[in-house]
Design a protein around this ligand. Sequence first.
Ligand code: NAP
Length: 298
Amino acid sequence: MSEAENRSGRPGAILLDGSATARTIRTEITERVAQLKTRTGVTPHLAAVLIGADPASETYVSMKQKACGWVGMRSSVHRLGENATQAEAEDLVAGLNQDPHVTGILVQHPVPKHLHEPAILDCVSAAKDIDGISRMSLGGLINGEPAFPSCTPAGIIELLDRYKIDIAGKKAVVVGRSIILGKPVAMMLLNRNATVTICHSRTEDLARETREADILVAAVGRPELITGSMIKPGAAVLDAGYNRVAGRNHDVGDVEFESARLVASHITPVPGGVGPMTIAMLLRNTLLAAEGFVSEKR
Ligand code: NAP
């Protein structure tokens, strides 16, 4: 893509177009799924575990199922009620580990509060942990051992790579330290030889930190917390935030896009930036799990 195309006819930063990049990745995955089927007869199969009745979780799972269909994968949903016990949840996952037709397992976050989510995630076998958020997979990320990377952080790194933004040697600042987003993306940037700072709600002077960043990742959940004046000129800005704001007709990121795009060199829009990359990475992990599954059986 040329710079002119990326600029969408407006002055300012080059758009990191997650929707277009995710489409490209889905095309690549579709071809590989077809090849895998022809070569081995195996169709990747993502099994989603959905516990309780959270409407947002229902939506996310159905989006993931739809995406599986687009690339020729199978998917299934395995439900437990709001009052499910820890043992029922763990047994369900254990059964899916044993199921030879299931090549990837996803436990939709969040599970009901009375359940211990990390323990349920830990039941997912490493070979099928396509969401990459079990303690085993996160430990693998820290050790630099192969594991499926968690999907939103992987999507952020993939966008940087596809737009040829250098990571090694750069100063990266991640705002947010959640276990699904802030911490793993910081670790991935560190593994790629960035010098990484992690900020959070107790950071004393957030703007002082963010102004140092060549690569700035916002993973906070506070609408438009980061404004243009907090960004180093020429920085690449990746906004994972997804916030509902009354009176706005679309979700809003953690970065104030209009002021930020005048300062940054590259920026993700919301929506259409990091969000679509998350599902693309889930599909990629599911494909890789199925390919590994085939080679293990040989
Ligand atoms: P989270 O678990 O609530 O974590 C938010 C982090 O932001 C925490 O570490 C918190 O610090 C920090 N924080 C809160 N207020 C802050 C402030 N004023 N200054 C600096 N740091 C502050 O959220 P999450 O699950 O990581 O999600 C973050 C955002 O990403 C949300 O908008 C979410 O919807 C979005 N998200 C998007 C995707 C996607 O697919 N695109 C996937 C997952 C999440 P403390 O640790 O000190 O509390």
